[in-house]
Write a protein that binds this ligand. Structure first.
Ligand code: AMP
Ligand code: MG
Length: 348
């Protein structure tokens, strides 16, 4: 299959072409404000099955359904919890996914046999235009090969999906850079399943109490039953071995500097993830600046691109400074720890 790249900037009918492909049961790469999604008609089980094949996604990991207007939720969820309305009022359109009881129209391919479904109303104008033009809700996981870093540009999507999907709608780079926050409203109490662009603090400001799933920052054993099937899989991983280094900033930078020098002497190609504040500390290695500690959102938006660049550079190992874990930093650290397979060195 030839994958076509559709650019609304140059081609006025790009969205219409993408919508037609979706209605024919094809898979299309779609820009959103978080990361690129791999979209299919959420009401067509066969089309949704193609997403799993293109990604190599485990069959038990359900997909998020994207809508363009709040009222579309009623056709997907028979009893919308009042908390969902309150959250939508505050944060939709935006990077928040809510897990709610699912309606009968949702094929098993989307929910993987669960009796709930994740729903999101993205703020990206092209995503909403595409959903409205297609006239159906779109199931879409992140548009990367399973296990690899998510994609934040159309070029990233093409690299992973060329020949595997019908088209990519090019909307330029994504703004937030990490996937949506996932909260479940299907348990006794609301519980955060994945940190993202909407922070825990923001969720609590609307709902009061919000539990935090303990699987977010811990390595989970194979025998543990997780609340979101995606929690148990290795995610976001670059090809090189990635290690996160935690501690006082001066000690962290000194440790990374010395380790990089020693490893280079041994003939290894070393990558370093630094910040504007610390980049001068590293005379050696392939140093990439993730953003500034003064605004962790800059780190969120560049993280996946940097992990992918290291793949291109062919480094053998990567050392990353740890980042502050409040606000959007919670999402950054959750993705970084998963990408590192929870290899953390604590300098004390
Ligand atoms: P991605 O598609 O890569 O954005 O990942 C979607 C995340 O949401 C995965 O971690 C899924 O396991 C999780 N998810 C989707 N639907 C549900 C659901 N019905 N219940 C629990 N988790 C879900
Ligand atoms: Mg994903």
């Amino acid at each position: 299959m030839k994958t076509i790249v559709l650019s609304p900037q140059f081609d006025k009918s790009a969205v219409k072409t993408a919508a037609n492909l979706l209605l024919q049961g094809e898979v299309v790469g779609m820009p959103t404000e978080t990361v690129y999604g791999l979209a299919a008609n959420a009401l067509n089980g066969e089309a949704v099955a193609k997403i799993f094949r293109a990604k190599g996604r485990p069959q038990d990991n359900p997909l998020i359904v994207h809508i363009a207007d709040f009222d579309q939720i009623y056709s997907l969820c028979p009893a919308v919890p009042p908390q969902a309305k309150a959250l939508a009022e505050a944060f939709w359109p935006g990077p928040l996914t809510m897990i709610v009881p699912k309606g009968g129209c949702i094929p098993d391919e989307v929910s993987c046999g669960l009796d709930t479904v994740g729903i999101r109303l993205p703020s990206h104008p092209l995503a909403r235009d595409l959903i409205r033009t297609a006239g159906v809700p779109l199931a879409a996981p992140s548009a990367n090969t399973s296990g690899r870093p998510s994609t934040t540009t159309a070029e990233h999507v093409l690299r992973d999906m060329d020949g595997k999907i019908a088209a990519i709608l090019d909307g330029g780079p994504c703004g937030v850079g990490v996937e949506s926050t996932v909260i479940t409203l299907a348990l006794d109490k609301p519980r955060l399943l994945r940190p993202g662009g909407i922070t825990l603090e923001q969720l609590r400001s609307v709902l009061g109490e919000v539990e935090v799933d303990r699987a977010l920052y811990e390595k989970i054993g194979d025998d543990v039953k997780v609340s979101a099937p995606g929690m148990k899989y290795r995610h976001y991983a670059p090809k090189a071995n990635l290690v996160v280094v935690e501690g006082e900033m001066e000690e962290v930078t000194a440790w990374i500097r010395q380790t990089a020098a020693a490893r280079q002497q041994e003939g290894k190609k070393v990558g370093i993830i630094a910040t504007e504040e610390t980049k001068e500390s590293y005379p050696e290695g392939d140093v990439k600046v993730a953003g500034t500690r003064a605004d962790e959102a800059t780190i969120a938006s560049s993280l996946y691109g940097i992990l992918r660049e290291f793949d291109g550079d062919g480094v053998d190992e990567i050392y990353s400074e740890a980042f502050a874990s409040g606000g959007i930093g919670a999402a950054v650290m959750n993705r970084l720890l998963k990408a590192a397979g929870h290899q953390v060195i604590r300098i004390t």
